[in-house]
Design a protein around this ligand. Structure first.
Ligand code: ACO
Ligand code: ZN
Length: 180
């Protein structure tokens, strides 16, 4: 059942010695699992209605990774922001990576890579001009991951996080002739 797009996402399979992983679009039933991964792995928590609004508005790029017991072990979510262009009156769409996290024991087997690959294709269909994100300057693993995907640091957002840590504001071109 479902569209071609859904079955394509459903078919992605990764295996390691802990079992097989399925990646698919998030559903309402998955949200509890997503929130649990977020609370374990990231200090930035969001209220339930925030996840729900991302799910309602950007479902195609809100993905989960499930283990063989159908437990959520990772997720990624994006939204689109409309912003004025730097040097014209045009309004541009930016694909904003809101959050990605993988449970510790499922890291380093390519789940984040698979989630990024799939979700970036989906959010790009919203005619975005660039992909953007913020990441803690101390978050070596995530910075490495984003660099691997061609993101670069545009600037530093000072004291971006509640605990006072700075963020790198990283961007990647999403226009037609760029690779992803
Ligand atoms: N050290 C160095 N590089 C790393 C590490 C690490 N511990 N983990 C991942 N990377 C980089 C590497 O380049 C890696 O490629 P390689 O394994 O071939 O060397 C590449 O990322 C891809 O690794 P994946 O296996 O796809 O990544 P993983 O599934 O382990 O997830 C993630 C990476 C999401 C950063 C994970 O470590 C995590 O959940 N961290 C805690 C939550 C977090 O920090 N999220 C990002 C916050 S910023 C935001 O959400 C916008
Ligand atoms: Zn952000």
């Amino acid at each position: 059942m479902g569209t071609d797009k859904e079955s394509r996402i459903n078919q992605i399979g990764l295996t390691n010695d802990l079992g097989s992983i399925v990646i698919r679009k998030c559903t309402l039933e998955d949200l509890e699992g997503v929130i649990s991964v977020n609370e374990k792995e990231l200090p930035e928590d969001y209220p339930y209605f925030f996840y729900k609004s991302v799910l309602d508005n950007y479902n195609e790029s809100f993905l989960v990774a499930l283990n063989r017991h159908h437990k959520v072990v990772g997720y990624i979510m994006w939204r689109v922001e409309k912003v004025p262009a730097d040097n014209s009156l045009k309004i541009l769409n930016k694909g904003h990576l809101v959050s990605i996290a993988i449970l510790k024991k499922w890291r380093r087997i390519g789940i984040a890579t698979a989630l990024l690959n799939e979700s970036m294709k989906e959010i790009k269909k919203r005619r975005i001009h660039e992909y953007v994100l913020e990441v803690r300057v101390s978050n070596y693993s995530a910075i490495n991951l984003y660099k691997k995907f061609g993101f670069f640091t545009k600037n530093i957002k000072y004291k971006y996080y509640r605990d006072g840590e700075n963020a790198y504001y990283m961007i990647k071109d999403a226009r037609e002739n760029s690779e992803i």
